[in-house]
Design a protein around this ligand. Structure first.
Ligand SMILES: [Zn+2]
Length: 112
């Protein structure tokens, strides 16, 4: 597993911070890595309080990764993460636009 996943997770968690549905703070365990394409990293974010789930695509370049600070309590990547990535990559062809349902000008829907 790429060690950069932990940095990217920390960055993403820093960006989303709170659940849009119930307002609770997200934790690292809520963020499950799905896959990456160059500098785009895909995650599934599931709120442990209300169960709201969403897909997140973070565009993070190498420079940001070098500068990123890893929180001291970094969680190890779990087997479940690996399984999710495997399942994701089996079907993912790199087309993030299709993944997130872009339909030319329309705003994407993040909820499922
Ligand atoms: Zn919630």
């Amino acid at each position: 597993m790429d060690a950069r996943w932990e940095k990217v997770r920390a960055i993403v968690l820093n960006m989303v911070e709170r659940c849009a549905v119930c307002g609770q703070r997200f934790s690292v365990e809520d963020l499950h890595a799905l896959g990456r394409s160059r500098s785009t990293w895909a995650f599934r974010l599931t709120c442990q309080f209300c169960g709201a789930s969403s897909l997140i695509a973070a565009v993070i370049d190498e420079e940001q990764l070098r500068e990123a600070r890893i929180p001291e309590r970094a969680e190890p990547v779990t087997e479940r993460d690996v399984e999710e990535i495997r399942a994701f990559l089996e079907h993912f062809d790199g087309d993030f636009q299709r993944l997130f349902g872009y339909s030319g000008g329309g705003s994407p829907s993040w909820s499922e």
